[in-house]
Design a protein around this ligand. Structure first.
Ligand code: HEC
Ligand code: HEC
Length: 479
């Protein structure tokens, strides 16, 4: 016979068991719908580069369905019609996301940015053409700052509510009742908070000149946040760089970034992902290794229009005499830092980086298998290689010179104001069309008199005779 005591004990045990199961069940459901990671894998290295994850979804990505409907809900907050393409994203037909946006399920589908959003360039011969897309080239259109401001404006709008957003999602995706509950009470409110938190961390950028399309502030965001350096008034607005053809650069021991603040390609890639919002826990080291393998072998694109071979041959000699020591592969200065006193271009980007920031970055991932050791402080800008140069306009580290023809002019004769972000090609000057009605309408006004936008320095070749300049430019098209 069971005693009453035993009966009570049994009942309590059963109740506890049920409670445990219930909590476990709820916990499992919560985990499954909010945190479960589903890896994505693209067989093709190219697709992986364009759409694969680098680990940015968890920390700074948005829920995919919310992200997708924002331009439909708040079109007036975009610079022009066309949804995300008005911010310079390139959306290939039939794809779920633009180039450089990944979609990954972590509990629910989320989006994140990838390397290709900044490191792919589009070029059109004529305004009515479809763009040619060159992976690994520096985007001249993607306007990261306006994207951030768009998200902020949406999150700050009183209409950013579950009712308004769920009503739009229903036209693109059928959420289950449980999803709807989660979106209403957890995901949408958290997204709003997340965007506002992220944007608050960027408040410092509003007191400095706008980045405009094709440029970002690459290091100040990290410097002030995870490298925990004091807020200062430096401006590091930088043009995006091409990242193709890495093998020869690695073999020749190139320094990386405009000022050569890194000397390891692997670390440049990993710090790139951290800068884009991956965390030491979420960073996808294997996925990044695939990106590295891809850009090691990725060739620079050939100039797609006609070249005059005789003229280019003459230009090749002029290049040898005036430029090769700093810009031809295998030469003594190519890929090394040229002191600022000598190159004399705008020094703000250089002065933004400090020894303390480099030390902090070198300590940043001490506890992980991968780690950073090669960040440093330099005193100038790297004599970059000129591979695929024709597709890399505007020129110099701050993108202050629209075309090659302008670069070979004396600083006082270079354009003081021009328009960036219009991707129609200027074959005459070699670069993008940077003036005229269309460029003004679509482009961003770049004013070289603003802080860190200076177009001085790098006066090599500016004394050449007009016909020599023409020949040199013809040769530069072949690189
Ligand atoms: C938001 C735009 C953006 C994203 C995303 C981005 N980069 Fe960059 N990247 C830049 C800019 C801008 C620079 C130049 C920064 C500087 O030195 O001022 C750069 C520099 C580089 C360089 C140095 C090139 C050289 O010749 O010195 C490499 C390599 C690179 N990025 C690779 C990557 C990889 C790989 C990813 C993805 C993990 C990535 N980047 C993501 C904007 C971006
Ligand atoms: C003493 C070394 C040196 C010489 C000589 C030199 N350059 Fe440069 N070049 C540099 C450095 C350093 C930079 C980067 C400067 C910056 O961005 O502020 C650069 C940048 C450039 C760029 C911009 C690349 C880009 O991606 O935006 C072009 C184009 C260029 N040089 C062409 C030439 C040509 C053409 C000649 C010869 C007429 C020449 N350079 C001579 C050191 C040199």
């Amino acid at each position: 016979m069971e005693t009453i005591k035993e009966k009570i004990r049994k009942t309590i045990t059963i109740i506890l068991l049920i409670i445990t199961l219930l909590i476990g069940g709820i916990g499992y459901i919560a985990w499954y719908n909010l945190f479960r990671e589903v890896p994505i894998y693209y067989e093709s290295p190219e697709e992986h580069f364009k759409y694969g994850s680098i680990g940015t979804e968890q920390n700074e990505g948005l829920p995919y369905w919310i992200w997708l409907v924002l331009p439909r809900l708040f079109p007036e907050k975009l610079p022009a019609p066309g949804g995300y393409t008005s911010l310079g994203f390139t959306w290939e037909e039939g794809k779920e996301t633009p180039i450089g946006i990944s979609k990954k399920t972590i509990g629910f589908p989320r989006q994140g940015i990838t390397c290709a959003v900044c490191h792919s360039v589009t070029i059109r011969e004529k305004p009515q053409d479809k763009p040619m897309i060159f992976l690994g080239g520096p985007s001249s259109k993607f306007d990261s700052q306006s994207y951030l401001r768009f998200l902020a404006a949406c999150a700050n709008d009183p209409r950013f509510t579950a009712d308004y957003i769920l009503d739009a999602i229903k036209y693109v995706y059928n959420l289950s009742w449980l999803d709807k509950l989660l979106y209403r009470y957890v995901i949408i409110p958290q997204t709003k908070k997340g965007i506002l938190r992220q944007v608050a961390g960027f408040a410092w950028m509003d007191s400095r000149p706008d980045w405009g399309p094709g440029r970002i502030s690459p290091f100040n965001p990290g410097k002030f946040r995870y490298l925990e350096q004091p807020l200062d008034d430096t401006v590091d607005n930088s043009d995006m760089m091409s990242i193709w053809n890495q093998k020869i650069k690695v073999e020749s021991g190139f320094a990386y970034h405009w000022d050569g603040l890194e000397t390891s390609l692997t670390e440049t890639i990993q710090t790139g992902a951290i800068g884009d919002g991956a965390t030491p826990k979420s960073i996808d080291i294997e996925g990044l290794k695939r990106v590295e393998d891809f850009i090691m072998e990725l060739p620079p694109p050939k100039y797609p229009f006609a070249i005059n071979p005789e003229l280019a041959a003459i230009g090749s000699k002029i290049f040898d005499n005036n430029c090769a020591t700093c810009h031809a592969f295998g030469r003594e200065k190519t890929g090394t830092v040229i002191p600022i006193e000598e190159i004399a271009t705008d020094r703000h980007r250089l002065d933004m980086w400090t020894q303390a920031a480099a030390d902090s970055y070198n300590q940043y991932a001490e506890d992980y298998e991968w780690d950073f050791d090669y960040l440093r402080k330099t005193n100038g800008y790297v004599a970059v290689s000129l591979d695929g140069l024709w597709a890399r306009a505007p020129y110099l580290h701050n993108g202050s010179i629209p075309t090659l023809k302008d670069l070979l002019e004396k600083p006082e004769n270079r354009p003081q104001v021009f328009y960036r972000g219009y991707d129609v090609y200027d074959r005459e000057k070699v670069g993008f069309v940077s003036e005229g009605v269309e460029a003004q309408k679509i482009g961003f006004q770049y004013d070289t008199s603003l802080i860190a936008n200076g177009n001085q320095g790098h006066i090599y070749g500016t004394d050449l005779a007009a016909e020599d300049k023409e020949a040199l430019i013809e040769y530069l098209k072949t690189l």
